[in-house]
Design a protein around this ligand. Sequence first.
Ligand code: CO8
Length: 262
Amino acid sequence: DQKYEYIVTSTPRPGVGQITLNRPKALNALCSPLMTELNAALRAFDRDESKSIGAVVLTGSDRAFAAGADIKEMKDLEFSSAYGRDFIKAWSELTEITLPIIAAVNGYALGGGCELAMMADIMYCGPKAVFGQPEIKLGVIPGAGGSQRLTRAIGKSKAMEIILTGKNFTAEEAEKWGLASKVFESPEACVNGALDTAEVIASYGRLAVKAGKEVVNQAYETGLAEGVKYERRIFHGLFASKDQKIGMTAFANKQKPEWSHE
Ligand code: CO8
């Protein structure tokens, strides 16, 4: 796909789409055109009629996942246009994608870069990943969900420390605190690990995977009783899918299921 300037897209494994942020001169700083391309590429994978893609890996370079929003682009922004055009809102499009997204983070994931990684469904990182919300040093605060997602992931005291001091944190800390699920021994191992997991997810029925993502996300939006009821309703609905019959019949017959994605 050569239609993009700031990203590279590929399908490196069966059922797996990969998006690589590719703006090396600015450490993948997330300028508006890059975000427009990222959203377009994610939508293209998500809406593929053939349902050929079942999971997406989002990564950057060894040096930087993304060093944040583009400070040079942002520096002269005024309140009227920031508020008037709801600056940064378009970033949330990523959270409307129904395919699972795995972030493979190597190098800098700062500010908007950290926020982008936190919007993914699963986060893996390499040994030299550097996370942080340094916005306070620029006279602002996180603007793409950082204060909310970081707090939910690692708790109030640590989130306050990071957001109010602007200090970075390491791959080991991200894993220990539950922000990332795994640290790999090298950047390549991190990307490969993400592709492996994406391939496993993509080997299942698309509807069940979509439902699984939806119900986990619901845990962030509702109380426990409501959430459990929500899960049960979605679970009930899956008995109307062909894949439920295919999966359970295959188990009973000791066969491998051939998913219809319907
Ligand atoms: N924006 C624009 N350009 C950047 C950015 C960025 N965020 N980060 C790096 N670059 C550019 C540098 O300006 C430099 O360009 P040039 O070669 O033209 O001078 C090039 O990338 C290479 O960077 P460095 O020379 O600085 O590389 P170093 O290895 O010395 O340092 C660092 C790497 C530590 C990552 C350093 O570049 C840095 O501190 N970057 C900024 C990190 C940062 O503050 N990020 C947060 C930005 S704010 C944000 O993301 C807010 C999110 C949404 C909020 C909305 C608010 C309204």
